[in-house]
Ligand binder design. Structure first.
Ligand code: SF4
Length: 240
C-alpha cells in the first residue's frame, strides 16, 4: 500500500471495507445506514482539502515535465463524488485549458457519462500525470513515480465509492500489472480497499471503434454498481 494511503485513519479504512462488503451482498453484516458517515469528511471539508492540495502541488517540479507544460492539470469535478475516473495524462487541449478530458476524447467521455445517467460535474476526473508529456508520448516510469503521490492524495481526500481506470497506463500503473487491456477490463479489482474497474481510454475508442462495444459493457457494469450504492435503478437506452 502506498505511503499516502497508509497514513489513513484505520477507523475510516475499516468503515470503507465493511461498507464495501455490504454492497457486495454480505447480508450477515448489519451496518445501519449512516453509521460510518459521521467519520467521513463533509463535502465542504473535502473541497477545501482538494483546494489546499492543488495550491501546494501546482508548482511541482518533481519531474522534467513541468518544464514544457502550459498548465498544471490537477483534476476536475466534485470533491465528494462517488465515482472517480483516472486517465493517463493531459493532451494538447488539456494542457492549454488546464482541465483533464476536454479535447475530443473528453467530449466522448461526456457523452458516455450522459448515456449512463451521470453528469461530468457529479464525478471526479483525474489523470496519472498532471503535466503533459511531449507529443503525448507514454509516461516514463520515473514520471509516474514522481507524480503518483498527488493522485493518491486526491483519492484519499475524495474517497470515492468506485474508481474507474481509463486505459492501459492508468490500469497497469494502479494495479501494478503488465496484463493487456483485453485481460484487465470488464471486472472489479480491489485497489487499496476501493472497488476498481478498468475500461478503455476514450482516446483509444476514437482510434479503435471496435473498443466501443466492450466499453459500453464496462459502463453498464459501472452504472449497475452505482445503482447498488445509491438505490437507484437506471434504465439503459438499449434495454428499454
Ligand atoms: S508531471 Fe507530476 S511530478 Fe511531474 S512536474 Fe508535473 S505534477 Fe510534478
Amino acid at each position: 500500500m502506498e505511503d499516502s494511503l497508509r497514513k489513513e485513519d484505520p477507523l475510516e479504512l475499516a468503515a470503507r471495507y465493511l461498507r464495501q462488503r455490504r454492497e457486495l451482498g454480505e447480508e450477515e453484516l448489519y451496518l445501519s445506514p449512516g453509521l460510518f458517515d459521521s467519520i467521513e469528511k463533509s463535502p465542504q471539508e473535502k473541497s477545501e482539502l482538494l483546494k489546499e492540495l492543488y495550491d501546494s502541488s501546482r508548482d511541482c517540479t518533481k519531474c522534467g515535465l513541468h518544464e514544457g507544460k502550459t498548465n498544471y492539470v490537477f483534476g476536475t469535478g466534485s470533491a465528494s463524488s462517488l465515482v472517480m475516473f483516472i486517465g493517463e495524462a493531459p493532451g494538447r487541449e488539456e494542457d492549454l485549458q488546464g482541465e483533464p478530458f476536454v479535447g475530443r476524447a473528453g467530449k466522448l467521455l461526456n457523452r458516455i457519462l450522459v448515456a449512463i445517467g451521470l453528469k461530468r460535474e457529479e464525478v471526479y476526473i483525474g489523470n496519472i500525470l498532471k503535466c503533459r508529456p511531449p507529443e503525448n508520448r507514454d509516461p516514463l516510469p520515473e514520471e509516474i513515480e514522481a507524480c503518483l503521490p498527488h493522485l493518491y492524495q486526491q483519492i484519499d481526500i475524495i474517497k470515492p465509492r468506485v474508481i474507474v481506470a481509463l486505459g492501459r497506463v492508468a490500469a497497469q500503473t494502479l494495479l501494478k500489472t503488465n496484463l493487456p487491456m483485453s485481460k484487465l477490463r470488464g471486472r472489479f479489482y480491489d485497489f487499496n480497499g476501493y472497488p476498481f474497474l478498468v475500461t478503455y481510454h476514450t482516446a483509444a475508442l476514437l482510434r479503435n471503434p471496435q473498443f466501443k462495444k466492450p466499453t459500453w459493457e464496462d459502463m453498464k457494469i459501472l452504472r449497475r454498481y452505482y445503482d447498488k450504492i445509491t438505490g437507484e435503478n437506471f434504465k439503459f437506452y438499449d434495454e428499454e
